[in-house]
Write a protein that binds this ligand. Structure first.
Ligand SMILES: Nc1ncnc2c1ncn2[C@@H]1O[C@H](COP(=O)(O)OP(=O)(O)OP(=O)(O)O)[C@@H](O)[C@H]1O
Ligand code: NI
Length: 334
């Protein structure tokens, strides 16, 4: 049973230059206890997709008519895109779903101590008394490995170091026991050691609380350490999805292959990095056919620039949106 089920998600934004498409035909599921990694270059639509689950995209957002986001909590379904009034959105904002960001300061109100803010949030989303909320908050600060949590409870976020602030944000996000945690580049700003600690911490919490995680990053190395399944996004579309093993060991989409080739190789750290050549086209000027054809080394003129490839299965849940996912056709003799 899926915790969240996203189908045919189309997200457009009204702008002064016209309607731009940020997300197109995106579908995925996350089960309880599962980590889905969402990876892609800057501007590919990762954050917009994540924010739609909590209806946090701005007033200029237009969702496509076929789009659906269904959250199932304790056997009860919530049609997220049908929520109309802000007060109806409490279950998906800090209730069943919590979000942590790259910049933890964004999660903390500067004028409140960390403890006061945690208690306020618990008072909104649970039926705890103030005393219970305080005890629970200190316990959560302790669980994420913050020393002297009862003293930290009375401090402001700016008094925390970067790594401790990240932990406090995770403690706050998890204190309401969300069913789904959205982590948008949660470790990008941290140094490598602290990054590894935060990833380990999140993995422990998945096991302990059985929640689902949508883990967003542009770093395939971090995905390999964290996720069960991966979805690779390019220009608003999921172009390949499968288990970490399928996608990283046996990538089938030329874009995924390019991202993997661009990773530094441990056995050959002096080899030049080979980033995917070319620039991401502007969302105002989306390519016809396959959105990747303008940067693709194997694109066939007359086909890839005309016909959008439907995602096809290459086995056991591994899905690839490329006409040549099974390899290039054999050339006919002239
Ligand atoms: N409110 C908005 N109005 C207009 N365009 C928007 C709005 N929000 C996002 N966009 C556009 O949607 C596209 C996808 O943005 P998004 O933030 O999801 O990218 P991302 O994959 O998260 O990138 P990054 O790795 O840089 O965070 C971008 O072209 C962005 O400019
Ligand atoms: Ni983003």
């Amino acid at each position: 049973m899926s915790l969240i089920s996203v189908r045919d998600l189309d997200i457009r934004f009204r702008t002064d230059e016209g309607l731009i498409t940020a997300v197109e035909d995106v579908s995925f599921d996350i089960a309880p206890g599962e980590v889905l990694g969402l990876v892609g270059e800057s501007g590919s639509g990762k954050s917009v997709t994540a924010k739609s689950l909590m209806r946090l995209n701005g007033d200029n957002t237009v969702y496509g008519p076929k789009s659906s986001i269904r959250l199932t909590v304790d056997g009860k379904g919530i049609d997220v895109l049908a929520l109309k009034r802000p007060r109806d959105m409490a279950p998906v904002r800090g209730g069943a779903i919590s979000m942590i960001f790259q910049e933890p300061m964004a999660s903390f109100a500067p004028a409140l101590t960390v403890g006061k803010q945690m208690v306020e949030q618990l008072m909104i989303h649970t039926d705890m008394t103030k005393a219970q909320a305080k005890a629970h908050s200190i316990d959560m600060l302790d669980r994420v490995g913050i020393p002297a949590p009862d003293r930290r409870f009375d401090q402001y976020a700016f008094e925390f170091s970067g790594g401790m602030r990240q932990r406090a944000m995770i403690a706050m996000a998890l204190s309401t026991s969300p069913k789904l945690l959205i982590a948008d580049e949660p470790t990008t700003a941290l140094d490598v050691t602290i990054q590894a600690q935060v990833i380990d911490l999140m993995k422990d919490l998945v096991t302990e609380f059985g929640m689902g995680i949508l883990f967003i990053t542009h770093d395939l190395g971090v995905i390999a350490q964290t996720a069960d399944r991966v979805a690779v996004m390019y220009l608003g579309k999921i172009i390949e999805t499968g288990t970490v093993r399928q996608v990283i060991r046996d990538p089938r989409h030329p874009y995924t292959k390019g991202l993997i080739d661009a990773l530094p190789k441990l056995e050959d750290l002096d080899a030049p990095l080979t980033p995917v050549p070319g620039d991401i086209p502007s969302p105002l000027n989306r390519p016809s056919g396959c959105v990747f054809h303008t940067r693709c080394a194997i694109a066939r003129p007359g086909h890839c620039d005309r016909v959008p490839p439907a995602p096809r299965s290459t086995g056991q849940g591994h899905r690839v949106a490329c006409h040549y996912a099974e390899g290039l056709p054999v050339e006919e003799p002239a």
